[in-house]
Design a protein around this ligand. Structure first.
Ligand code: PMP
Ligand code: GLU
Length: 400
């Protein structure tokens, strides 16, 4: 009998958070590292939201909130879903948790029995397969290619479905590819899902607000799917509130109730202060938020600068992402090349090489399901991005 459970022993460490720790460790040794590993806005939370947090402290919101979240936050989520997405939800369908990551884990605990399958388009966010495996579910991956903009086709979806399929876990805009599905593309996939009414769809919409020259679309817009949608969202990315840890789901009432039971035993509720700040964040329409507008414009400018510089690096192949704040270049043309006796054979090797030799932290593609790529987060300022791209180029030129 080992000290640590099999479940945890066999769980992979979060590659995004591991790389961000490596980079912090190097920084603490006095090495200047440009950190493009973790995906979080470098902006601070807008002042009007911070003030709501301060007021919540002053107003003594220091007691346990209801397990599902404060009613005014549940209502604010309903208001947001109607205002931004034209979706009708009632408060009993909304549950607030400690970030969208927590929401996802609660869903899997509430819905997955051992052996049930969860379809995950690949590349995927690192935590998805680990969460599914943790509850003894089986991740079933659909491989995509850069040529297909990392998007799955209806034929691929149909082929992945088996009698054991419980969920489709969908993420657009995508981490790590930055790709955004169009309404037509969703429509084609929805036609397949219409034939399989037993499958539920978990739609991770955490990057909803970060899109460039394109529109965010959700499967929830199709009335024949709405009753089997579990929407996952939060305030981390769109409102620069990663540290406040507020995420939420909108789901059929029966699923919300099961999820609530899990949350009642595991965490009680999300932070009362952060919930109050999230009410203020969500009640502001994105179209009326100069902070959001500035942030998205800034991300878009950074994307363009970074892409131009990456395209100038030998062996890097990119496509233009239209959402989130990641680029996912293919670097396999450099595999087989060496430096100091070490040969690069995967995206992870490339990430290690670039951390050591270019002092740039980014994440290898292996844990995202595609070892031919690396993920670069451009949620940092332009000076750092330009420096990073120059340092990467110089290091790559030293590979023989
Ligand atoms: N989903 C995706 C695709 C993400 O990139 C993140 C960022 N960590 C999350 C969910 C979770 O976000 P949070 O827990 O901060 O709400
Ligand atoms: N979503 C971010 C990322 O992918 C945050 C880190 C994490 O939770 O994985 O980098």
């Amino acid at each position: 009998m080992g000290i640590i459970s099999q479940r945890v022993t066999s769980m992979a460490v979060s590659a995004t958070l591991a790389m961000s720790k490596k980079s912090r460790d190097l920084k603490s040794q006095g090495i200047e590292v440009v950190d493009l590993s973790v995906g979080e806005p470098d902006f601070n939370t807008p002042d009007f939201i911070k003030l709501a947090g301060i007021k919540a402290i002053e107003d003594d919101f220091s007691h346990y909130p209801p397990v599902a979240g404060f009613p005014d936050l549940q209502q604010a989520v309903c208001t947001k879903l109607k205002r931004d997405n034209n979706l009708d939800y009632k408060s009993n369908q909304i549950i607030i948790s400690n970030g969208a990551k927590h929401s996802l884990m609660n869903i899997f605990m509430a819905m997955i029995d051992p052996g049930e399958e969860v379809i995950i388009p690949s590349p995927y966010w690192v935590s998805y397969p680990e969460m599914v495996k943790f509850v003894d579910g089986v991740p079933v991956f659909i491989e995509t290619t850069q040529e297909a903009d990392f998007k799955i086709s209806p034929e691929q979806l149909e082929k992945a479905i088996t009698p054991k399929t419980k969920l489709l876990l969908f993420n657009s805009p995508s981490n790590p590819s930055g790709m955004v599905y169009s309404q037509d593309e969703l429509n084609a996939l929805a036609t397949v899902l219409a034939k399989h009414p037993e499958i539920y769809i978990v739609s991770d919409e955490i990057y909803e607000l970060i899109v460039f020259d394109t529109k965010f679309e959700s499967f929830a817009q199709f009335p024949f799917l709405k009753d089997r949608m579990i929407l996952v969202n939060g305030v981390s990315k769109g409102f620069a509130m990663t540290g406040w840890r507020i995420g939420y789901i909108a789901a059929p009432a029966e699923i919300a109730a099961a999820y609530n039971k899990v949350q009642g035993q595991m965490t009680s509720a999300a932070s009362s202060i952060a919930q109050k700040a999230a009410v203020t964040a969500l009640l502001k329409a994105p179209s009326e938020s100069p902070d959001l507008h500035d942030m998205v414009t800034t991300f878009k400018r950074r994307r363009d600068i970074l892409l131009e510089m990456l395209n100038d690096i030998y062996g890097f192949k990119t496509i233009k992402p239209t959402g989130a704040f990641y680029v996912f270049p293919e670097v396999s043309a450099l595999f087989g090349k060496s430096f100091n006796g070490r040969t690069i054979e995967s995206g992870d090797d490339m990430a290690d090489f670039l951390l050591e030799q270019a002092h740039v932290a980014l994440v290898g593609g292996n844990s995202f399901g595609n070892a031919n790529h690396i993920r670069i987060s451009y949620a940092t300022n332009t000076d750092k991005l330009v420096a990073a791209a120059k340092q990467i180029k110089a290091a790559v030129e030293r590979l023989k």
